[in-house]
Design a protein around this ligand. Structure first.
Ligand code: HEM
Length: 458
């Protein structure tokens, strides 16, 4: 119930009973554009029995990002992941347990660990592209999903999987992935073949990882991957301070893979596609590679990658234009007030689903000048458009639940594109692709790219 009815957000009117859902189906981007034009930064869309309230743009999204879990909760809106990730982890546990499990993610992704992962990012990329011919045609979406699952299996799932079980585990992850359909968000346990396959794959992965974990527990040597980090993780304030069990470790690995796989491979694709389309951006990144090689030699060390500001900005600009997670959700567990840029205050009632959108917020013309254009220099002084207000650039989310893998992702994408900039030229065969808004994680529609091997002249 709403105790302050006069202040509730405007309701998107004229939608028939399941209208909201149809609008969602025909594209949340259109829904947001229409709502924003009619009502401004804050409005509510009824969808079946739920009220979705949108907070669009940095002026109104602060509470979404900053509030604690008792006010803005992820559990209710992301619970559909439970059959995929497994029981006992992330969205299947209360906030206290979850907070500790997120410390384990943070531990596994901290900078000391990233230093260990970088040589694997580079090695996997070099090996993968060494297999390409002198000339040929590829689709980046396929290229980078293959490469990133190879890297993930090395840095995340560990040597055992990478060296002797890669194909089997990759197939199981594929089945798990295919079990995540738009319908699964609303009915995660619907008895359909995709869900049966998902459940079978989840069980097989658990038994594979259980065997690996047992073997590692019985050995003295330690590996340098995320699996090891989870095996060594121990609760502090819950469950009597025990270590994670096999089922939880498997769940944490799957959750990490789901957070990082499509997001990173899609961002690798757009980074390349946008640089290939924009010759100046490509030339600047190529020139930067020369400068880094001159200054530091050929090795792609973590320091060399951190020096690559031009490549970094090209990637950020690709992520601004084409964020793979177009909508982020929370459940309002307590009412809260937001004031729009025109000075209207709305109170969002408890129980609403609250949504914000990187894809929409990143195209607001009062935040990003020429929002539809690829202009990496918008991140440099004097423009620094991402810094004018907090939560302007939200490709990695932000605030309390901002991406924990952003540095991992940035280093991996820079590794991949450094190897490519140093060894190949590219041109688009098809027109620059549109976004495929029909998938859960939004990437480019198929687009063929032509590569030609060449050496970077110093
Ligand atoms: C959260 C984007 C790569 C791990 C998020 C969120 C976004 C995001 C937008 C916030 C979700 C929300 O607020 O509801 C991306 C993008 C990536 C990427 C665009 C690649 C370019 C990765 C990688 C990992 C990772 C590689 C792990 C290795 C996580 C985790 C969270 C998260 C654990 C949850 C944080 C929390 O809820 O407190 N990511 N991500 N991400 N990401 Fe990433």
């Amino acid at each position: 119930s709403n105790s302050l009815p006069t202040k509730a957000p405007p309701i998107f009117e004229g939608l028939p009973f399941i209208g909201g859902i149809m609008k969602f189906a025909s594209g949340p981007m259109k829904l947001m554009a229409d709502g924003y034009e009619k009502y401004g930064e804050v409005f509510t869309v009824p969808v079946l029995h739920k009220q979705f309230t949108f907070l669009l743009g940095p002026h109104v999204s602060g509470h979404f990002f900053k509030a604690n879990d008792d006010e803005m909760s992820q559990k209710e809106v992301y619970e559909f992941n439970v059959p995929t990730f497994g029981k006992g982890v992330v969205f299947d546990v209360d906030h206290k347990v979850r907070a500790e499990q997120f410390k384990f993610f943070a531990e596994a992704l901290k900078s000391a660990k990233l230093k260990l992962y970088v040589p694997y990012f580079v090695q996997e990329a070099q090996d993968y592209f060494a297999k390409w011919g002198d000339e040929g045609e590829v689709d980046f979406a396929k290229t980078f999903s293959e490469l990133i699952i190879l890297t993930a299996s090395r840095t995340l799932m560990g040597r055992e999987v990478r060296e002797s079980m890669f194909n089997q585990v990759a197939d199981l992850f594929h089945d798990l992935d295919m079990g995540m359909l738009p319908i699964s968000v609303i009915f995660p346990y619907l008895p359909i073949p995709a869900h049966w396959n998902r459940d079978r794959a989840r069980k097989e992965l658990a038994s594979i990882f259980s065997r690996i974990i047992q073997a590692r527990r019985g050995s003295d040597s330690k590996e340098d991957d995320m699996l090891q980090s989870f095996i060594d993780s121990r609760y502090e304030k819950v469950y009597g301070g025990r270590y994670l069990n096999d089922e939880e470790i498997t769940g944490m690995l799957i959750a990490t893979l789901f957070a990082g796989q499509h997001t990173s491979s899609i961002t690798s694709s757009w980074t390349g596609l946008t640089m290939i389309r924009d010759k100046a951006a490509w030339a600047a990144a190529e020139e930067e590679q020369r400068a880094v090689v001159r200054a530091r030699g050929e090795e792609l060390s973590i320091d060399a990658l951190n020096d690559m500001e031009v490549l970094g900005r090209n990637m950020t600009e690709a992520l601004r234009l084409f964020p793979p997670l177009i909508m982020l959700l929370r459940a309002a567990k307590a009412p809260f007030a937001v004031t729009t840029s025109t000075g209207k205050t709305h109170v969002i009632p408890k129980g609403h689903v609250v949504a914000t959108s990187p894809a929409f917020a990143h195209r607001l013309p009062h935040v990003f000048r020429n929002p539809d254009d690829f202009e990496p220099e918008r991140f440099v002084a004097p423009r620094e458009e991402d810094k004018a207000a907090p939560f302007s650039f939200i490709g990695f989310g932000g605030g309390r639940h901002g991406c924990m893998g952003s540095n991992f992702a940035i280093l991996q994408i820079k590794s991949i594109w450094s190897v490519l900039l140093r060894n190949f030229d590219f041109e688009l065969v098809d027109p620059f692709p549109e976004q495929d808004f029909e998938s859960m994680v939004v990437g480019p529609k198929p687009c063929r790219v032509r590569y030609r091997r060449r050496k970077l002249t110093l």
